[in-house]
Write a protein that binds this ligand. Structure first.
Ligand code: ADP
Length: 291
């Protein structure tokens, strides 16, 4: 049974179509990364899956249940939204206990779980600290920890590592990897292609509300493009190759470097770089936009 199964999801904000015909699935223990530029609909999608927003049409099943039965699945889902929504006026432990109580845990268990998780993440020294005194990275970690209080089987992270320094980002990913080993599935949005290809079992590109490509990171390039890209400082066109032009530069894909080199020599064109194709190239090739 898929953890998430979405078919033809469409969402409007008033007359603005924000998501159109989005379909994908996620299996137990899989990590899926949603990649797309600002405004492409990623946050809206995470809000719908975590029950904070309603789709206008389409079918959404989570743990085999329709999203309309959200109350029955709510505690199996842990959400870390993009904005800090911790209560600034109370301390860390109080934030965690109140959240657990809202999720239906009794106070004793709530306190026990909160303290265990704080200790596990090396954050117990902050338990009596007011939220406003914490660094941005610590606040994000507390939000992640809060999402884990109900032992969720599905974690939804909206731009979890944006603005974090590399060490804290790394800690975040170690937690996601550890959860995967316990069969927890994760869906996360990001702007960082490197992070997505390192962590995700599946990547989904979103652009203008449409899911334009979805698959294993290593298969996406293989199925769509060649493994090398030649960069040219000028706009040129050359038949028989996949290519794109971005900011007056031309990018040409090939699996046979020697043949393209001789082809370009005939035209007296020197490439400014020859390198391996990346997912950024693929995104640009498909959308004409940089992340
Ligand atoms: P992303 O997370 O990819 O940046 P969002 O899902 O936040 O994209 O936004 C997608 C589109 O929906 C944008 O055009 C945004 O302005 C619009 N939008 C997002 N939330 C609302 C809202 N509550 N009301 C109206 N429009 C919204």
């Amino acid at each position: 049974m898929s953890v998430i199964k979405i078919e033809s999801l469409t969402k409007y904000y008033k007359r603005l179509k924000v998501l159109e015909g989005v379909s994908f699935s996620l299996e137990e223990g899989q990590i899926l990364s949603l990649i797309g530029p600002n405004g492409s609909g990623k946050t809206t999608l995470t809000k719908i899956i975590s029950g904070f927003s309603k789709a206008d049409s389409g079918e959404i099943k989570i743990f085999g249940r329709s999203i309309d039965e959200f109350k029955k699945i709510k505690n199996k889902i842990g959400l870390v939204p993009q904005e800090n929504n911790l209560d600034q006026d109370i301390n860390v432990l109080e934030n965690l206990i109140i959240h657990s109580e809202l999720c239906g845990l009794n106070t004793k268990i709530a306190k026990e779980r909160s303290l265990n998780l704080l200790q596990k993440f090396g954050l117990d020294k902050y338990q009596h600290e007011d939220i406003r005194n914490l660094s941005g990275g610590t606040k994000r970690k507390i939000m992640l920890l809060r999402a884990l209080l109900t032992n969720p089987k599905l974690l939804i992270l909206d731009e979890p590592t944006i603005g974090l320094d590399p060490a804290i980002r790394r800690q975040f990913w170690n937690i996601v990897i550890e959860l995967k080993s316990q069969n927890v599935s994760t869906i996360f949005t990001t702007h960082y292609m490197e992070e997505a290809s390192f962590l995700a079992d599946k990547i989904a590109f979103i652009n203008n509300g449409k899911l334009i490509l979805n698959g294993k990171p290593q298969d996406l390039i293989k199925n769509m493009l060649e493994n090398f890209v030649f960069e040219m400082k000028e706009k040129i066109s050359i038949d028989g190759y996949k290519s794109y032009i971005y900011e007056d530069k031309t990018f040409i894909f090939t699996s046979n470097k020697e043949s393209l080199i001789s082809n370009l020599k005939l035209k007296k064109i020197d490439p400014s770089a020859i390198r391996e194709t990346t997912l950024d190239d693929l995104f640009l090739y498909l959308t004409g936009e940089r992340l």
